[in-house]
Write a protein that binds this ligand. Structure first.
Ligand SMILES: [Zn+2]
Length: 82
């Protein structure tokens, strides 16, 4: 009977260690590097505020590309032909 309890304790200890070891290994591997997915995409800067953003997210407009519709509208209003 004592051997059975000892066996259960050993099995539980091995399982616990395996889980703890896996948990220690996983987070750094699963964490994506900062800016990694968009690193390959060309970066452009907003003509209104200079914010850098991937070209796929930029809004093309008259006079350059913009980070948002609001900045495109503001830039076009400022640079509107008189
Ligand atoms: Zn902007």
């Amino acid at each position: 009977m004592l051997k059975l309890i000892l066996l259960i304790v050993i099995v539980l200890a091995v399982l616990w260690l395996a889980r703890a070891g896996r948990r220690r290994v996983n987070p750094p591997a699963a964490r994506p590097g900062p800016g990694a997915p968009s690193a390959r995409e060309a970066m452009v800067s907003c003509a209104q505020c200079g914010l850098h953003l991937p070209s796929g997210e930029a809004l093309p407009g008259r006079g350059g590309v913009f980070c948002s519709e609001g900045h495109r509208a503001a830039y076009e209003k400022e640079h509107a032909p008189k």
